[in-house]
Design a protein. Structure first.
Length: 145
């Protein structure tokens, strides 16, 4: 379960910053284990230009936030949401899913986590926070127009 990719992202997280210029901020907590994340997202012209996150929790939740940031930054929002949906599908597969490596890249390292229901929420925490923040940012943009 704790593959080298997961441990590397846990030890050297990508995006673990307090983003000062952002469109939306959310705070999510996993009540099962106490993992938490505050995530900020910046979307420019339909592209996820920046993701910043702060939080605490197990190596799975922290590494997942790092992998997610690396994968989604720079992506068109629609593509980022497709990647998020694919990761969700993988996590809900109970170890039976075949990950789309072309789409998920390093996130396929979490495929083993899907066998452990208690850990799935840890892996999904940042991804659900991203989806929430991105949709809030889009809604805010629509309101301003």
């Amino acid at each position: 379960m704790y593959q080298e990719i997961i441990l590397d992202h846990y030890r050297h997280p990508i995006g673990r910053i307090t983003l000062e210029d952002f469109d939306s901020e959310v705070h999510h907590v996993n009540p099962t284990c106490g993992d938490e994340i505050t995530l900020r997202v910046k979307i420019d012209d339909g592209v996820v230009s920046a993701i910043g996150h702060q939080g605490q929790g197990c190596s799975i939740s922290q590494a997942s936030a790092s992998v997610m940031t690396e994968l989604l930054e720079g992506q068109p929002l629609q593509r980022a949401l497709e990647i998020e949906a694919e990761f969700l599908t993988l996590m809900q597969s109970k170890g039976e899913g075949k990950p789309n490596e072309d789409l998920l890249e390093d996130a396929v390292a979490f495929s083993g986590v899907s066998k452990y229901p208690a850990r799935v929420k840890c892996a999904l925490l940042a991804w659900m926070a991203f989806k929430d923040a991105a949709l809030q940012a889009v809604a805010q943009t629509v309101e301003e127009q």
